[in-house]
Design a protein around this ligand. Sequence first.
Ligand code: HEM
Length: 112
Amino acid sequence: MSPIFYQILHVSSLIVLLGYTFYAFAAPAETRKKVLMITGVASLLMLVSGIGLLHKLQLGFPGWAMAKLVAWLGLSALAGVAFKRRAQANVLMMVGFVLAIGAVTMAYLKPF
Ligand code: HEM
């Protein structure tokens, strides 16, 4: 599989993960199972494509990838939390933005 395949998969799953994670803050309770299933699959695809990219681009496992892994962990947990803590939606959405933007910044700047 070529790096471009992993890149498209990585960014596509990011779009789905972010879309459904933010939807979770306003989604009806009965959609919880479906939303968590979709974010779960998207999150897994993000990880697989991210690891695939590290391998294909022969990057090893640098510090910025570790930081992205931490951001990925937080973002992956967010949809589940979103259904339970509606009262904290504003703060949690801000956390989501910080994690996602932080991970994007790591990919482009690779500061460490
Ligand atoms: C919150 C989670 C994440 C976000 C928002 C994110 C976002 C992105 C974005 C926007 C790119 C640039 C795509 C491109 O230029 O082709 C990228 C590239 C990449 N990501 Fe992620 N990513 C996340 C998680 C991960 C994880 C968990 C890993 C692996 C442990 C990973 C590894 C990579 C690698 C290796 C690249 C390629 C860097 C390069 O082209 O030099 N990412 N990521």
